[in-house]
Design a protein around this ligand. Structure first.
Ligand SMILES: Cc1cc2nc3c(=O)[nH]c(=O)nc-3n(C[C@H](O)[C@H](O)[C@H](O)COP(=O)(O)OP(=O)(O)OC[C@H]3O[C@@H](n4cnc5c(N)ncnc54)[C@H](O)[C@@H]3O)c2cc1C
Length: 492
């Protein structure tokens, strides 16, 4: 099938028309802020994945246009979809909407039908990850979103009530920008870092293992014995990719007694949970999240079969790796079920939440309130991982551990729109399933804070407002009706 450029261009025109039809209110309302001659962004967004892009669009719909999205990747390298994700399709059902913010012509389905035709949509199971990225590219271009690539946010400090953001380019140069608000839309690992256990890192040469989030040359693994640690969906995606590339054998090992089978994401996809979870008391939120984190996300059935159809694939439940060592050229893994020997290891152990481990949050990490600082679980309900997540305010903002902390005001201007927000806010607002409600909550919160901070300015604006609607008390001129109509249109 061709690229159907005409249909996609037509859809882009439809988007502009739809946005025009609902373009209200129209008036600029934000105070212009500068520091001397230096411009100040109302909102800076770190991360131009789907979460950052949708946030910029939703802010524009609220007439907050002084916004820039920064991404450390070059254009095309944002997010996981065509970089390190190795599944065939999204795990999310095709009917989920999110980035569109309720504009029908901006939905994934509208894009898919324009790109491939309505019949193709009817026949579709789930959207491929390549198509998802193509949709996000079209979305970004159609909306002309203000993105600067090759800008890694490295550092945040406070300066006279504003945020001073330092960015580094790939070539090593640094620039700084001032902003009133910062949204961290830095991805699934944005609250910490990908996690490869130290006993593996310390024992195995670097070229003999990779985390699922890293580039892997699967053709070089042809005929090799591969050991995979982890039972999440990504572990299976990597197993499938290795098997299809001709791996000699793939053994996937998991600590659990059974492969997770129930996907709590599907349960979470309901309006009450998605929109109101963050309003629940701490104990209930904790219990919800303990259950959700313990269920984990299983491999979808098609992903599992992608692996299971290969006779040289095996999975081993109740099989944690307790030690790893080299024996000449072989990697020897110790498990409760005995030793296993491999040529290469793939580590699917996900990520750790630790703000001190990220450049952009490291300088203030010690001041941020975490769940373990604010909530003591009942005996028997302790959960170290949940306790390590930031304890966020109602619109994703960090909160200071100690309210007297001199960084407290700065922290409340930084909104964590990453997966680290999950225990506080419910299903991540930047995930496809969570966006519809998460992005709205975030942008309404940003606008609330900005409007309230400028309350006196807006009152002064009202006091100074003296544009007369009634301009004459004389008898009407002959063309009065025409003049009134023209004026009505101008005001529209
Ligand atoms: C293998 C895999 C499969 C997944 N499948 C699904 C799925 O099917 N459905 C689903 O809903 N979710 C899925 N997810 C979760 C997925 O990551 C999120 O839903 C989605 O990518 C979140 O969007 P985001 O914008 O928050 O993050 P991302 O899309 O990851 O974008 C974050 C961006 O931030 C940039 N960035 C990071 N740090 C900085 C910095 N310091 N300065 C500047 N830029 C920075 C990165 O370059 C990146 O482009 C999957 C995740 C993985 C890893």
């Amino acid at each position: 099938m061709g690229t159907r450029t005409g249909e996609l261009n037509g859809l882009a025109e439809q988007v502009h028309r739809d946005l025009d039809l609902i373009d209200y209110p129209r008036g600029a309302w934000m105070k212009k802020t500068t520091r001397g001659t230096e411009p100040v962004l109302d909102v800076a967004i770190a991360g131009a994945g789907q979460g950052g892009l949708a946030t910029a669009f939703a802010l524009r719909r609220l007439n907050v246009g002084n916004v820039t999205v920064f991404d450390r990747a070059e254009r095309g390298g944002e997010g996981p979809w065509i970089t390190f994700a190795r599944m065939i399709t999204l795990r999310t059902p095709r009917y989920v909407t999110g980035p569109d913010m309720g504009i029908a012509s901006l939905t994934p389905r509208a894009w898919y039908e324009a790109r491939y035709g309505a019949d193709a949509w009817d026949a579709l199971g789930k959207i491929s990850r390549q198509d998802w990225q193509a949709y996000l590219d079209w979305y970004r271009d159609t909306l002309a979103l203000p993105v600067e690539n090759d800008r890694e946010l490295e550092h945040v400090t406070q300066e006279d009530g504003l945020l001073r953001l330092t960015f580094r380019t790939g070539a090593g140069t640094t620039t700084t920008r001032l902003a009133r608000k910062l949204v961290l839309a830095t991805g699934i690992d944005g609250g910490g870092c990908w996690n490869t256990p130290a006993f593996i890192r310390n024992a195995v040469p670097r070229e003999r293992y990779a985390h699922t989030s890293e580039p892997i040359d699967f053709t070089a693994l042809k005929g090799r014995r591969i050991g995979i640690l982890g039972a999440g969906a990504s572990a299976f995606d990597n197993a499938g990719t290795a098997l299809e590339a001709g791996a000699g054998s793939v053994d996937l090992c998991l600590r659990r007694k059974a492969i997770p089978a129930v996907n709590p994401y599907r349960w979470m996809e309901n309006t009450g949970f998605l929109s109101q979870f963050s309003e629940l008391p701490d104990l209930l939120r904790w219990r919800f999240m303990s259950r959700i984190y313990d269920l984990n996300q299983p491999p979808p059935q098609d992903t599992f079969w992608r692996c299971r159809r290969h006779p040289n694939f095996a999975f081993h439940t109740g099989c944690p790796w307790t030690d790893v060592r080299m024996d000449g050229e072989e990697i020897v893994v110790t498990t409760p079920q005995g030793e296993m020997r491999f040529d290469f290891l793939i580590i699917g152990t996900g990520f750790t939440i630790d703000l001190a481990k990220r450049k952009e949050t490291a300088s203030f990490a010690a001041s941020v309130a975490l769940w373990r600082d604010r909530f003591v679980p009942p005996e028997g309900e302790e959960h170290d991982m949940l306790g390590s997540h930031p304890y966020l305010g109602d619109v994703y903002q960090f909160q200071a551990k100690n309210p007297d902390d001199p960084q407290a005001a700065m922290l409340s201007a930084i909104h964590n729109f990453t997966f680290a927000a999950t225990p506080s806010m419910g299903l991540s607002g930047s995930s496809i399933s969570g966006m519809r409600f998460g992005v709205s909550r975030l942008v309404n919160g940003l606008v609330r804070d900005l409007f309230v901070a400028d309350g006196q300015y807006h009152l002064d604006s009202l006091m100074a407002y003296n544009t007369p609607e009634l301009i004459s008390t004389d008898p009407p001129p002959e063309d009065a009706d025409q003049q009134t109509n023209t004026k009505r249109k101008d005001q529209a």
